[in-house]
Design a protein around this ligand. Structure first.
Ligand code: PMP
Length: 312
C-alpha cells in the first residue's frame, strides 16, 4: 500500500510502509530480517520517549562524518541518563555492516537507542538499553529544483529553554513539536517550518539548522537550545575555506528584512536554499550556490579527505 502526499516533502513521498520492506536491520548485535525487527508495545522508549537516534547519509560507499554521528548518539543517550552498551568503534562498524547487508552505497541510516520493557513507569533505572540500525534509500529530502529554494512557514511552537528539555540530545521527545510545526507548514503549502526559540530568537527548521546571508557574511543562530548540527559545522568549515565570514550569534526575526539569502543545513536536507519564510522573500544567490556545490563535493570524498578539508 502506498500513501499519497503533499508536495515538496521527500520524506512523505509515496512510500512503502517502513515495517513492510525487504532488507536487514541490525538489532542488538545481529542482523535480522527487516520485517522481524519488531518491538513489544510495552517498551519504555515508546511510552516515555526514553530514546535517542541519529540520521546519517552514505555517499559513494562512505557514511559521511560517521564518528561524529556515533559520538553524538552516545552523548545523546548519556544526556538521557543511559549508556549505550556498545563502543563507538562497534557502533561505527555496525553502521557499515548494515549498509553493506542492504547492498547500499548511497542512502540514509537511522541508528536508534531506547530503554526496554523491564520497567514501565517514570522511573526506568533497571531498563536494558537497546540499539537498532536501519538504512534505506533516501534521495534529496526536498524535491524539485534545489536552487529554486523551498518555502517555510513560521512555526507556532518554539525551541525550549535547555532547562525545560534536553535540547543537546537528539532525543525522540524533542521531535514532538517538530511534527506539529511541520504538519501546519504542510497544510499551508510549505515544505517546512522556521522555529523561534523560547526567547523569540531565530532558531532552526524542524530537522535542519539555518543560515542567513547579510552583507556578504553568513550568520547563524548560536545553537544553545537546539542541535549544533554536523552539517552546520561542515558548512561553517566550507565557508571558512572560501573566506566567507561566519557569524554565530543570537538573531532576531526582524533581521530577516536585511537578509538576502537563506538556506538550511542538515543530514537529510543537505544544503537546501530557502526562497520564502512567511511573507519574506529571498533569492538564493552566489553564497548559497557555492556552499551547495562545495557540500555536494565534500560528501562524496573519502572520510579522511573530508576531515582534512574541514580541518584546514
Ligand atoms: N536540528 C534538528 C532538529 C535536526 O533534527 C537535525 C538533523 N539531525 C539538525 C538540526 C541538523 O543536524 P545534522 O546536520 O547533524 O544532521
Amino acid at each position: 500500500m502506498t500513501t499519497s502526499v503533499p508536495p515538496h516533502s521527500g520524506e512523505t513521498m509515496a512510500l512503502i510502509p517502513f515495517d513492510d520492506r525487504d532488507g536487514m536491520i541490525w538489532w542488538d548485535g545481529a542482523l535480522v530480517p527487516w520485517r522481524e525487527a519488531k518491538l513489544h508495545v510495552l517498551t519504555h522508549g515508546l511510552h516515555y520517549a526514553s530514546a535517542v537516534f541519529e540520521g546519517e547519509r552514505a555517499y559513494a560507499g562512505h557514511i559521511f562524518r560517521l564518528r561524529e554521528h556515533t559520538d553524538r548518539l552516545i552523548n545523546s543517550g548519556r544526556i538521557l541518563g543511559f549508556e549505550i552498551p556498545w563502543s563507538a568503534d562497534e557502533i561505527d562498524q555496525a553502521c557499515i555492516d548494515t549498509l553493506a547487508a542492504n547492498g547500499l552505497t548511497e542512502g540514509y541510516l537511522r541508528p536508534l537507542a531506547w530503554r526496554g520493557s523491564e520497567m514501565l513507569a517514570v522511573s526506568a533505572q533497571n531498563t536494558k538499553i537497546h540499539l537498532a540500525i536501519a538504512c534505506w534509500e533516501w534521495p534529496a529530502y526536498f524535491t524539485g529544483d534545489r536552487m529554486a529554494g523551498i518555502k517555510l512557514a513560521w512555526a507556532d511552537w518554539r525551541r525550549p529553554d535547555p532547562r525545560t528539555a534536553p535540547t543537546a540530545s537528539k532525543a525522540t521527545g524533542n521531535y514532538m513539536t517538530g511534527t506539529l510545526a511541520k504538519h501546519k507548514a504542510e497544510a499551508e503549502g510549505c515544505a517546512d517550518a522556521m522555529m523561534l526559540d523560547y526567547r523569540g530568537q531565530l532558531a532552526e527548521a524542524t530537522g535542519a539548522n539555518a543560515f542567513f546571508v547579510i552583507d556578504g557574511k553568513l550568520h547563524t543562530p548560536t545553537p544553545d537550545c537546539f542541535l549544533d548540527g554536523i552539517t552546520r559545522r561542515a558548512v561553517m568549515g566550507l565557508a571558512h575555506r572560501r573566506q566567507i565570514p561566519v557569524v554565530e550569534r543570537a538573531m532576531q526575526p526582524d533581521e530577516l528584512s536585511q537578509v538576502t539569502e537563506v538556506f538550511l543545513a542538515g543530514t537529510a536536507a543537505e544544503v537546501t536554499p530557502v526562497r520564502q519564510i512567511g511573507e519574506q522573500v529571498f533569492t538564493p544567490g552566489q553564497i548559497t550556490q557555492v556552499l551547495v556545490s562545495d557540500y555536494t563535493e565534500l560528501v562524496r570524498l573519502p572520510p579522511a579527505d573530508v576531515a582534512a578539508r574541514l580541518a584546514a
